[in-house]
Design a protein around this ligand. Sequence first.
Ligand SMILES: [Zn+2]
Length: 238
Amino acid sequence: MNLRLLRVCLLFFLICNINFSQINMDLDIIRGIKKPDLVGDTILLESRTHKAFEKMANEAKKDGFKLKIVSAYRGYDRQKQIWNNKYNKFTKTHSLEPVKAIEEIIRYSTIPGTSRHHWGTDIDIIDGNFPDEKDALISSKFEEGGVFYGIKQWLDLNSKKFGFYLTYNNNPKRMGFDYEPWHYSYAPISKKILNKLIESGLKQIIQKENINGAEYFNDEFLTKYINQNILDINPDLK
Ligand SMILES: [Zn+2]
């Protein structure tokens, strides 16, 4: 092999590797089935998200806030458990019709395989200065008079500097998931993952999920779910 050809091959190899190492686009990873490379012990995060979060937490500490992650990476099986439990609760205990039960679930919870928590880039944050706060993830607690109002104000002002954006903001025109003042996403990575997920033929994938109520996922429902729950998010994350 001549030297020039060798150089071209080497360059090609390097470019390919840079692209692959920038973000792992394996669909099974994006859907939570295969575990990505994660950092942490109980709270697991994608490595660049982890680094950015550490920086943000250090900065918050200087202002007296203790950024505490209550939920980060979550795999497909855990999401399936959450889904099936809620489906059973709504259809059995609350006697809702299946379609109504599904509507109720997707106010806050995703269909397994479509959760942003599968990516390791999305986190639910509270103020660790209030460790005894039970049922912390309630919107009113992040509003004026609530225990997490201070940290919410700090995050409104500072999180973007570190790449974190509120995913399900309080824009009254936004459809899909309800307002979640605690759920932040690390934009530099999660934007790329969202694009890959959308390109993957999501509708066909969801239709085949083996979860409770999946027989009610008709075409109309799936189009609405993708357009509203997956895509109608903070525009800074698209
Ligand atoms: Zn969340």
